[in-house]
Design a protein around this ligand. Structure first.
Ligand code: C5P
Length: 252
């Protein structure tokens, strides 16, 4: 009888922590071009004035985001996702983040509702793409294309790519969520530079998306935390359950 030695799949070991944000920690790996993104349970809102914990949010968000990134990649969107490493860890390509947060909206809600004086829930006749300057100290103020260009946050070519990718992601996500009985109201994306390419970065989770149940309009996202609506964990769990049912539970 021959005893065969199983060689374990080598996963990049966590190196030095180089960034800690509100919901995630980033670690270096032995490979300069790869980074480990660790998902925390901490939740913040209103530019970190409100703080709390959502039990197992990190685990749920890592899985939701992994499933969604795989789905987007399969449909031709270039992302930083490489593979899910563990419950809370995702291996991603290192990015030089473009300091422009991109919000895509399909239905009026949140700050758009306040700014325009229109009640939440009105469906827009076409998606709106907005830019915000990624700067915590300033509370991420809204900016336009000219600001991004004149202040050197991104080039025109990069913004064209970002707009195109954001609208493609919107189409794919609207379709995905619709198929599991969820309205995609709005969401935030971040992009970064990697080897002369613009890749979708960060995460796609109920932390950064507004998701409403298609039948009841019940909120299934971080607004439950922001607005003290309760049943936060249950809502994230339900989003995970529906997305998993649709996209399957594959490894890697
Ligand atoms: O607050 P506002 O209506 O502008 O948010 C639009 C969308 O962007 C929401 O889905 C919200 O969760 C997301 N967002 C985010 N991070 C921010 C600002 C907004 O994920 N810093």
């Amino acid at each position: 009888m021959s005893s065969r030695i199983k060689i374990p799949r080598t996963t990049p070991l966590r190196g030095e922590k180089f960034y800690e944000g509100k919901a995630k920690i980033l670690y270096r790996t032995a490979d300069k071009k790869l980074v480990i993104q660790y998902f925390k349970d901490d939740a913040t809102a209103f530019n970190a004035q409100k703080r709390g914990t959502i039990v197992d949010k990190g685990v749920m968000n890592n899985e939701i985001s992994s499933l969604i990134f795989r789905y987007l990649e399969k449909n031709g969107v270039k992302t930083h996702f490489v593979e899910k490493l563990s419950d809370r860890e995702m291996l991603v390509r290192s990015l030089e983040i473009v300091p422009v947060e991109v919000v895509v909206r399909n239905i009026v809600a949140g700050s758009l509702s306040k700014r325009m004086g229109i009640p939440e829930g009105e469906t827009l006749k076409r998606p709106i793409v907005e830019y915000y300057y990624k700067k915590d100290e300033l509370g991420d103020p809204p900016i336009n294309r000219d600001h991004a260009l004149v202040f050197g946050l991104a080039t025109g070519k990069e913004l064209d790519k970002i707009d195109k990718a954001a609208l493609k992601v919107n189409k794919l996500l609207v379709r995905l969520f619709k198929s599991v009985g969820i309205k995609l109201v709005d969401f935030k994306l971040e992009f970064g530079r990697h080897k002369n390419k613009i890749l979708l970065g960060d995460e796609i989770t109920p932390d950064g998306c507004r998701l409403w149940d298609a039948k009841t309009n019940e909120k299934m996202d971080k607004d439950r935390f922001r607005r003290d609506l309760g049943k936060i964990e249950e809502s994230y769990q339900e989003v995970l359950r529906r997305v998993t049912e649709k996209l399957g539970k594959k490894k890697g």
